[in-house]
Design a protein around this ligand. Sequence first.
Ligand SMILES: Nc1ncnc2c1ncn2[C@@H]1O[C@H](COP(=O)(O)OP(=O)(O)O)[C@@H](O)[C@H]1O
Ligand SMILES: [Mg+2]
Length: 229
Amino acid sequence: MRTIAIINAKGGCGKTTIATSLAAALAWEGHSVALADMDPQQSTNDWLKHRPDSYPALLGVAAESGARPAAETDTLIIDTPAGLAGNELEQIIKRAQTVLVPVMPSPVDMRAAWRFLSHLQEIRAVRSGDTVVGLVANRVRPQTIIYRQLTGFLEGFRVPVVGQLRDSMNYVRAFEKGLAVADLPPYLAFHDWEEWETVLAWIRSKKSQGKGASPSSLLSAAMQRLTGG
Ligand SMILES: Nc1ncnc2c1ncn2[C@@H]1O[C@H](COP(=O)(O)OP(=O)(O)O)[C@@H](O)[C@H]1O
Ligand SMILES: [Mg+2]
C-alpha cells in the first residue's frame, strides 16, 4: 500500500487542505484511497463526514483500529497535527514512502519550515532514502516579493519543491461542502487542477516512492513501463 503523510510542525500551513485535496484527486483517478486523521481537531474526519455520496468515495480510518485502513485500500493518506515531533514523528515518517511538507510564503512559516526540514533530514528513514520528502508551496501569490523570497528559500534545501498551489477561495468553499478542488467543475477550478497535476506527476513517479516502496508497486510500475501502460 502506498502511504503518503502530510506533515509540518507548524499549524495552518495547509496540511488538511492538501491531505483532502490529494485524496480526492487520487480517488478521481480510480484509486481506493483511505484518509487517516491523526489530528485531535479531526478536521479531515469532519470533512469526510460531509462528503456527498455522488463524488468518488474515500474511506476513513477509525482511530481505534490503530490507523489500519480497510483491505481494499491501495493508497493511505495521513493527515497529521501541528507540533508533531519525537518518536511519534519518526513512526509516521517510517511508515510513509512519501512525505509532503506544505510551506506558506510568510516569514514566520519559512522560519518554522527551516527548523522543521533540518530536523526531518536527521531522521534515519529520510537519510537512508526509504522515505522521500517533497515540499509544496501553498497559498502562493506569484506576483509578491515574499513569493520570490520563498522560492529562493526553498531552493536552499536538498528537498525538491514538487508543486505550488495558489491562494484560492476554491479550497475554502470546496472544503465546507466535503469537496476538494478535484471535485469542482473545470470552469471554476481548471487552474487548480493544473497545479495539482504537477504534484500528482511527482506522486506517480518512482522518485517519490523511496526505497521503502513495496516490491509490488515497483513491479507494477515496471510492468506499466514495459507494456507502455
Ligand atoms: N491554497 C489555499 N488557498 C486558500 N486557502 C487555503 C489554502 N490552503 C489552506 N487554506 C486555508 O488556510 C487555513 C488553514 O489550512 P489547513 O489545511 O487547515 O492547515 P493545517 O491543517 O496545516 O492546520 C484553512 O482555513 C484553509 O481553508
Ligand atoms: Mg489540519
